[in-house]
Structure formats: structure tokens, C-alpha cells
Write a protein that binds this ligand. Structure first.
Ligand SMILES: Cc1cc2nc3c(=O)[nH]c(=O)nc-3n(C[C@H](O)[C@H](O)[C@H](O)COP(=O)(O)OP(=O)(O)OC[C@H]3O[C@@H](n4cnc5c(N)ncnc54)[C@H](O)[C@@H]3O)c2cc1C
Length: 381
């Protein structure tokens, strides 16, 4: 077993840290204040090659999972909200196109999406269909030359910013529960689309948007993958994106932890630094161990992914442990800052809220446990 990080990945992560500090932090501060991202956000990440996917030889190709995870962690340490906008583009929208897009769709949209000039998102969740993905009811009816989509997607990250959405819809209502759906690539400038940005206190400055489809025409060539395979396809996208969101959760934990440890070393109460009270020292030791354990699970999952092994159970374990570490650490860290933590503009304020949001994307903690349990029973039952 080799735990060495390949040098080219370590160098890239260093480069990304410098990029965040030198060319990104100032702009990010403005976007955080505005609560909104500008298009240049996506383009700058694309120009830097930070989406983990390249367009080469006429198709989209995923880079090493470890590189992407380490970059997601670094990004989320600074801003989980900006990191999730990049993730929704690269690991939900672009992932759907990379895994299931035809050669012509990849050729048409691939290069611009990798460069961040075309922004993507994925709309699956509906009011009655969150954890229960098969309950998706948005309807796609066959029409001359394509499909007509009617219904609504309730919560879509990047739904306001995006140009293209990967969307699940019912194409075969009479078929069995897991073969009723298909997946489409939808141009969000099409007639009949209405977008409503939701007001949320988490993952600022990314947008969370409701998208309504009123008889929206989608060409037959914009079907992703196979008709009737929409459910397994979207679950496969989620299994893949669970790894970067686990890394993002890890970054949420690590970012909050670094701020709080620094604070504990500097802030004196009762005549000595907070860190010198053994109660706090033990809490720090425990959280550090939990974060390290979650990081090992994330990296172990990346290794399985890159080796082409089945990574369903590791991905869910990684997300479960990383979200758990993020929730516990972020609440602890905010507490350590005392009253300052409730001030919206204080750097620590966002972490508990963002850790809470992290449990929802790509399946709640309960859903991760379901996946882990199912995989466990395959092995032992
Ligand atoms: C900030 C944010 C960004 C999001 N971005 C996107 C996006 O880009 N695209 C998209 O499609 N969706 C997105 N979502 C939606 C997200 O995927 C869903 O919120 C999530 O899947 C949970 O679904 P739900 O909200 O309907 O909760 P529900 O499914 O109703 O779950 C409610 C509760 O029941 C529990 N539960 C559910 N099923 C079980 C079970 N079988 N056993 C035990 N407990 C169970 C859950 O764990 C949870 O505690 C986003 C959500 C948020 C908050």
C-alpha cells in the first residue's frame, strides 16, 4: 500500500492554492458580498484546468480522482459555497455529459464546458422526489423530432447560472419503476423555461434555483444515454459526484478547524490561551483524528475509482464520514469563536451552515447508510 501523493498532483494542488490566494480571493470576497457568482468565476476555473475533466480526442475524459478531491478540499477550506458551484458544474452537469453524452453532444458542448464558458447543472430533485429518486414525475412526451418536457425541478445548484441542464424525466410511465425515466440535456434558454432563484443562507454565493418546464421542446439527439435508463444513469452520476462532495465536506471541516485552532492558540481567557485548557486540547485532538480518518477514506475511494474498482460502498462511507466530521467540527469551531461567530461577515460563520448543506447533496446521511448497508449485505449475507 502506497500513501505517497504523486508529485504532479502535489504540484497542481500547490498551484491551485496559489491561484486561490493570488487571483481568486479578492474576486471571491466580492461575490460573497453580492451573494452571487459572475460568469468569469466559471471561466477562470476552466482556464486553469480545475474542473478535473479534459476534452481530448473528441471526447470528455476524467482526470485522476485524487487530484480532483484534493482540489475540492482546498477550495472548500476557503469557500464551500464557491466550491459547490464548481462541483455542480463539473461533477453533476459535465459528469452527466461525460458519462452518457453521445459523441456529437460531447463534441458540440464538451470543450466549452471544460473551459467554463458553458455552465452546467443537474436537475433531478422534485418536491415529491428527493431521496426517493424514482419518484421523479417531470414528464417527457414524444413529439416530432424529439420530446416535450413539462414539470418542475425543485432545487438545482447553478440553476440560475447555467446554460445547460442534465434533467431526468418520465418517458415511459407504464414501465417498471426503474425503467420509466430517461435523461436529457436541456438548453436552458429554450422557450417555456422559468427559473426562480431561492433565498438560502447556505453555500453562498452559489445559486439554488427552481426550474419550471412548460412544454419545453428537446431534440431527439439530446437524449443522454438510453431511453428508460434515466434512473440508473442519474444514480451513477451521484455515485461519482459523491467523491468530490465528500472531499468538499472534508474541506469544510478542515477550513473551520484551521481557523479555530489558530484562534484557540491566540485568544486568552482566564489568563491563558484557550488551547491550554485540557478540555479544549482533547476536543482538538479528537476532531483532528476524525478529519484525518475521513481524509483517508476519501483518498482510498479515489484510489478505487482510478483503479476501475467498484467504489459504491467506499464513496458512501467517504461522504458519510466527511459530512459527520464537517458537521461536528464546524459547530465546535463556531462555538470556539464565541459571539463573533454569529456575525454574518465573520469567516467562521458560514461553516456550520455549509456543513449542514453538505449532508443533503448527493444523498443524505441516511441514504449513505442505505448504500453502505446494501453493499455490506452483498458481501456478507
Ligand atoms: C443546497 C442544496 C443544493 C442542492 N442541489 C441539488 C442539485 O443541484 N440537483 C438536484 O437534483 N438536487 C439538489 N438538491 C436536492 C437534494 O439532493 C435533496 O434535498 C436530497 O436528495 C434530499 O431530498 P429531500 O430534500 O426531498 O428530502 P427527503 O428525501 O424528503 O428526506 C427527508 C428526511 O428523510 C430521510 N430519509 C429519506 N429516505 C429515507 C430512508 N429510506 N430511510 C431513512 N431515512 C430516509 C432523509 O435522510 C431526510 O432526513 C440540493 C439540496 C440542497 C439543500
Amino acid at each position: 500500500m502506497d500513501f505517497t501523493i504523486p508529485q504532479h498532483i502535489a504540484d497542481d494542488v500547490d498551484r491551485f492554492r496559489r491561484f486561490l490566494k493570488e487571483s481568486f480571493a479578492g474576486k471571491l470576497a466580492a461575490w460573497l458580498r453580492a451573494g452571487e457568482l459572475q460568469r468569469e468565476f466559471f471561466a477562470e476555473l476552466g482556464q486553469g484546468g480545475w474542473y478535473g475533466t479534459v476534452f481530448a480526442g473528441d471526447r470528455l475524459r476524467r482526470g485522476p480522482a485524487l487530484r480532483e478531491a484534493m482540489i475540492a478540499e482546498e477550495f472548500a477550506k476557503v469557500s464551500p459555497g464557491a466550491a459547490v458551484a464548481a462541483l455542480a458544474h463539473a461533477d453533476l452537469g459535465l459528469m452527466g455529459l461525460a458519462l452518457f453524452g453521445s459523441a456529437s453532444l460531447q463534441e458540440r458542448y464538451g470543450a466549452k464546458s471544460v473551459q467554463g464558458e458553458t455552465v452546467m447543472c443537474l436537475g433531478n430533485t422534485e418536491r415529491q422526489a428527493g431521496s426517493d429518486v424514482a419518484a421523479v414525475a417531470l414528464r417527457a412526451e414524444q413529439a416530432a423530432g424529439g420530446w416535450v418536457l413539462s414539470g418542475a425541478k425543485a432545487y438545482v445548484t447553478n440553476g440560475a447560472a447555467a446554460d445547460l441542464a442534465v434533467v431526468t424525466a418520465v418517458t415511459d410511465p407504464a414501465a417498471a419503476r426503474n425503467s420509466r425515466h430517461s435523461m436529457f440535456l436541456v438548453d436552458l434558454s429554450a422557450a417555456g423555461i422559468r427559473r426562480t432563484r431561492l433565498n438560502k443562507p447556505v453555500w453562498i454565493p452559489s445559486d439554488l434555483t427552481r426550474i419550471e418546464f412548460e412544454r419545453v421542446f428537446v431534440g431527439a439527439d439530446h437524449l443522454l444515454g438510453e431511453r428508460g435508463r434515466g434512473l440508473p444513469q442519474v444514480l451513477s452520476v451521484f455515485t461519482h459526484s459523491r467523491v468530490p462532495i465528500a472531499a468538499l465536506s472534508l474541506g469544510t471541516a478542515a477550513g473551520a478547524f484551521e481557523l479555530a485552532v489558530n484562534r484557540a492558540a491566540r485568544r486568552s481567557v482566564f489568563g491563558r490561551p484557550i488551547a491550554e485548557f485540557q478540555a479544549k486540547a482533547f476536543e482538538m485532538a479528537e476532531l483532528h483524528a476524525r478529519i484525518e480518518a475521513a481524509r483517508l477514506m476519501v483518498w482510498r475511494t479515489c484510489a478505487a475509482m482510478d483503479a476501475g474498482e467498484d467504489f459504491r460502498a467506499p464513496a458512501s462511507m467517504a461522504k458519510f464520514l466527511a459530512v459527520d466530521a464537517a458537521r461536528t467540527t464546524a459547530a465546535w469551531a463556531a462555538d470556539l469563536f464565541g459571539a463573533a461567530s454569529v456575525v454574518r461577515d465573520h469567516p467562521i460563520h458560514k461553516y456550520p451552515l455549509d456543513a449542514w448543506a453538505a449532508s443533503l447533496g448527493e444523498g443524505t446521511q441516511d441514504i449513505q447508510k442505505l448504500v453502505i448497508f446494501r453493499e455490506l449485505m452483498k458481501r456478507f449475507a
